[in-house]
Design a protein around this ligand. Sequence first.
Ligand code: BMA
Length: 365
Amino acid sequence: MWRYDANPVIGRFAAKNANSIFNSAVVPFGDGFAGVFRCDSKSISMDIFPGFSRDGIHWEISEEPVRFEGAHPEVAKRDYRYDPRVCFLEDRYYITWCNGYHGYPTIGVGYTFDFRTFYQLENAFLPFNRNGVLFPRRINGNYYMLSRPSDNGHTPFGDIFLSESPDLKYWGCHRYVMGTVKGDASAWQSTKIGAGSVPIETDRGWLLIYHGVIQTCNGFVYRMGCALLDLEEPWKVIKRSRNYILGPHELYECVGDVPNVVFPCAALADAATGRIAIYYGCADTVTGLAFTTADRLMEDMEDAGKMAADHPESALWELCGHSLDRMDAKMPFDAASSGDCCGKRLVEHYIGHHWGGKPGAESGR
Ligand code: BMA
């Protein structure tokens, strides 16, 4: 992956009264981009704020947090809100976030057409849950959401699950997707994992960027990985990173309110070239931007079934080891339905300025 050479792309004080602006989601919108940003205030109140940008780099973040309309009063009452994701689905932008409900974290769901008026739906799940990420289209007629059941604290455990809904209100048919990996096989993701970006549709499967956490003597370290999920049955894991794809190395990732955290919440993809731009929170303080390609991520992943076979000591690999033979076919990357709505302009901008011109600048990990 390549970090944007002017990172952090959004500084901690880029909104009025902000202490930090970090785990945030960005989508192409109109002639530019829009986003929903996690801003913790100087009183350390956690909330989500809309923002707009012409180029995906320079942002104007609203002074007022998102105000939702339309929800049942019991759900509309704000508690705390953090870690938003934004998913363009059918005709509108859905927002999911970690929504405090009577002090307990669950997944809030809302939508907007214009990032000015927002409507709230029912919370998707019972507490305790975090990292709710929608798929960008229905699959076999239903909506799908990844999530990470958790506890009320800093959760020293956690696997990724999938839930299905006919209407974005009632969720069921819960499926286990993938879990942590203990031991030598991939210890950076040994404590908990959580979905990051809205999955990118490719002809090989859904490409998911996620975070993985290890517990150290000095606290949690958050890194970034990716997985490939089956197109029709997305609880089946085809491939997965053994090595992390981005870890906290730069100063702004290692030092901040919570050190050693990279936390992806959005990935923009250019269907024509497979280029991907990832927005991620850094040290719970600022927002970073990094680039990669779908082909590169495909190379970075290993066959989940083979990894299970190579590491029988890690039982959780067996649980996620649904090896699909058709992955052996040599297929060129071709995001099936993302079109121009997935960040083409942003990525093109970087081809000239920060990417193609600096082939040696790859930061690797
Ligand atoms: C998680 C969430 C994230 C945060 C991370 C690291 O539990 O609270 O918002 O980035 O911890 O502190």
